[in-house]
Design a protein around this ligand. Sequence first.
Ligand SMILES: NC(=O)c1ccc[n+]([C@@H]2O[C@H](COP(=O)([O-])OP(=O)(O)OC[C@H]3O[C@@H](n4cnc5c(N)ncnc54)[C@H](OP(=O)(O)O)[C@@H]3O)[C@@H](O)[C@H]2O)c1
Length: 304
Amino acid sequence: MTQATRGVLVAGATGFIGRGVMHELLAGKNRMTVWTRRPETARRLWGDRVGLVTRLEEIPADWAIEGVINLAGQPTVGAPWTRSYRDQLVKSRVDATRALTTWMAGRAVPPQVLVNASAVGFYGDRGEENLTEESPPGQGFLAELCLAWEEAARSVPPGTRLCITRFGLVLGRDGGVWQPFLRSARLGLGAVLGEGRQWMPWVHRADVAGVILRALDTPSLQGPINVVAPGALRQREFMTLLARRLHRPLWMKTPAFLLRLLPGEMGSLFLDSQHVLPQKARDHGYDFRYSELSDALEELLGRL
Ligand SMILES: NC(=O)c1ccc[n+]([C@@H]2O[C@H](COP(=O)([O-])OP(=O)(O)OC[C@H]3O[C@@H](n4cnc5c(N)ncnc54)[C@H](OP(=O)(O)O)[C@@H]3O)[C@@H](O)[C@H]2O)c1
């Protein structure tokens, strides 16, 4: 795509990752359109710098849209995973994705690329296995959710390039898990979960935005892309480093059996082990701004 004339549509832009991506896109030469359920929030965030629609049909036929980024979905940690909440987690993602691909197919000139969110939950609980984009899916609810979500994205019109960004745990100052993590660690209440040996794929939000922009711009990049920092850590190592930076003790342990009591396999969010490698991003020359957790913590703790 030519940077100078790029029209980009974003769904889920008002969310934690979306705001970071929008910040980068608005800094470049992009004409932004946001598909949102909350136009007042979007207007407060970006004023008149973006076109806002609450229904895709509102997008005029003569607005050129070359790229689409889909981050929409009900929050995974918003509520206990009852059966109905799990249904909403799947439905919100699959429905939004299908609505986008259907709309794309109806355009006289379909967008050139769809960058669709997914998650490392795709791989399930994999112990010590090295997981690249070539690895098969795992088992459990999160894997099924990601499979359904990715399957919906595969219905892009022929000729539209599809990038599926499988995010690890995203760290950024103003959202996601970071503030709750920081609050508990500051109180000396950061905990090792289970044995803490599980691999915990993390990534800084700046790199999530970086990889998404790279995916928009790189015609040879397609299919699944693991969006995780190269400096993989186990959960215990992650908490130890954070506690050390804050000069706080790390003495709490949350037994695995307690986490497994959470409804609807929600404990898998904390206990699954995924040693995920960002192979494709690196093969395409993406240079992570925050490769190691120590560097990311400097930024997150405001010392950079
Ligand atoms: N944050 C992470 O660590 C992480 C890790 C792995 C994967 N992901 C995935 O990446 C995507 C973005 O994550 P995020 O942290 O930015 O999430 P977020 O802050 O919860 O934002 C998601 C956005 O999706 C839209 N949305 C919310 N509920 C919806 C529903 N029921 N139906 C349709 N749209 C809905 C909202 O946008 P509007 O109100 O503007 O419509 C919201 O701002 C999510 O799909 C998430 O599962 C995130």
